[in-house]
Ligand binder design. Structure first.
Ligand code: ZN
Length: 277
């Protein structure tokens, strides 16, 4: 706990120093928003991020400096997906509540990811990523799974499985894992998927709930029809809530839906950071 608290104190000092050189409007709209996001990143990934260096930079334990806001222009959703910085990761807040309606156009909370940041978290090539993968027991199928070992990801997934296994009707939904590590770009893009880092996992859901936007005939930049049965399925919503309680987000909460997909994103969940933008 002390290790986590220390960077916060340093962060506050550094931000005060930075604030002294800023105009009042900038201080309110930029520094405070950046500080909240950067603080969430430290809380979520304390093994990587050591401290807030100034109003726009984080420093890792290895001494690397990461810019939070790279001044991205307002552009199309597709462009922002390709160029997301750390600030963009918080541009769309991941909803803590169960889904009751289809997500609004292009609301894909969590799909905006800074690839450079995830390279730091899990490795920038297959060999590095593989070296941190661990095997864990997945209770819903009494089987072994491979998942990212860094940043508490595998431990979180282990706890998800243990909790789901106490309710057989929930465990049945996730008893057929379809794999985690897959070193590839997202279909049709140059962006790495969270599967490239071993920090995402797919499951074979019941057929009427198993949907990916690109399989539905939806094209990038076009309108997509959300699969209505997913909204009505209380069992799936209960499964999702267990994952979210342990730092995972669900691809079913995206306009560009991927209902079989869960990824470890503790900076977007939890009481301190959920709803941040
Ligand atoms: Zn997936």
């Amino acid at each position: 706990m002390m290790l986590a608290m220390l960077p916060m104190a340093l962060a506050a000092q550094n931000l005060l120093a930075a604030a002294a050189t800023m105009k009042p409007g900038e201080l309110r709209e930029t520094t405070v928003g950046h500080a909240r996001g950067m603080t969430c990143l430290i809380k979520a990934y304390p093994d990587l991020v050591k401290e807030i260096l100034d109003s726009n930079h984080l420093r890792t334990h290895a001494g690397d400096v990461l810019a939070y806001d790279q001044g991205l222009p307002q552009s199309s959703h597709e462009w922002r997906l390709d160029h997301a910085d750390l600030k963009a990761q918080f541009d769309q807040s991941y909803p803590a509540q169960p889904l009751t309606a289809a997500p609004e156009l292009n609301m894909d909370p969590g799909r905006l990811r800074s690839q450079a940041f995830f390279d730091h978290l899990y490795g920038q090539n297959l060999k590095q990523v593989q070296s941190q993968m661990v095997s864990l027991h997945w209770a819903p199928c009494q089987c072994k799974l491979s998942f990212a070992g860094r940043h508490g990801a595998a431990q979180a997934l282990l706890r998800v499985g243990q909790q789901l296994a106490r309710k057989p009707e929930l465990a049945a939904y996730v008893a057929k894992p379809l794999g985690s590590l897959n070193w590839r770009n997202i279909a049709g893009t140059q962006r790495r998927s969270m599967h490239a880092y071993g920090a995402a996992i797919d499951f074979q859901l019941p057929k009427h709930l198993h949907h990916y936007w690109q399989w539905s005939g939806c094209k990038a930049g076009a309108r997509c029809d959300y699969p209505a049965p997913v909204l009505r399925d209380q069992t799936l919503q209960a499964v999702v809530q267990v994952f979210e309680a342990h730092g995972f987000i669900w691809g079913g909460k995206w306009y560009h839906f991927d209902t079989l997909h869960f990824e470890y994103r503790p900076e977007l969940t939890g009481p301190a950071c959920a709803g941040l933008r």
